[in-house]
Write a protein that binds this ligand. Sequence first.
Ligand code: ZN
Length: 271
Amino acid sequence: MNKVIITCAVTGAETTKKQCPNLPVTPEELADAAYGAWQAGAAIVHLHVRKEDGGPTQDLKIFKKAIDLIRKKCDIVVEITTGGAVGMTPEERVAPVSLEPDMASLDCGTVNFGNDYIVNTLPIMRQFASEMNKYKVKPTLECFDVSHVVSSHTLIKEGLIQPPYHYGFVMNVPGALPYNHKLISDMLSQLPAQSEFTIMGIGRAHLPAIFGALSFGGHIRVGYEDNIYFSRGVVAESNALFVERAARLVKEAQLEVAKPSDVRAMFKLAR
Ligand code: ZN
């Protein structure tokens, strides 16, 4: 039986309370959102944290508080961001890896982000991968372009990342790859052996990406970071609602929703 992992990206760096009134922002709200997502079937929570004013931060104290609160509530696998937010330094972005989350995102190339950009040179990628090795944190190799998948091969050749690999195809970010099946196939054609992949459809690609992941044998990501609309013009009342729908679709496809313990075994997580 194929098991499908549902990741819930509960808040992200860009979404605001103004757009999405129930956006979790404080560590307590993030823990509640992670717990709700776990109850609905999410096995991984992808975590960003915010300052009191709601802006994105990589502050270690805030991250630690959120991670501790989540771990008290449930066994969901905790993946932190090292993408951070536009304008952060690499050192700032990678710092929370020292808190020993289960997993962390590792962006595999420089990318346009609307009118902004996020820099991920090979030296930055090596630095991030080394930090993750040091703290036994499993990377999700986030690829916004086919060339990013190819860049990840360099880390593999250099022994900086170990199988099984987990890729995240981030599709429909303004300025980067749109969402379509030809481009998914192109990304897949460059994956090394022993790879799992999650498709992240941003904005209106959210729902198509769930069906895409199920069709291509991948895993699913949902949540307010990627998309706030449950249906046309209707902002979702919670992250959990997105997870519930994804879990329903997994079951309709006669597949099984992966539990956190499945993810820990599948990805050989340290904790
Ligand atoms: Zn993120």
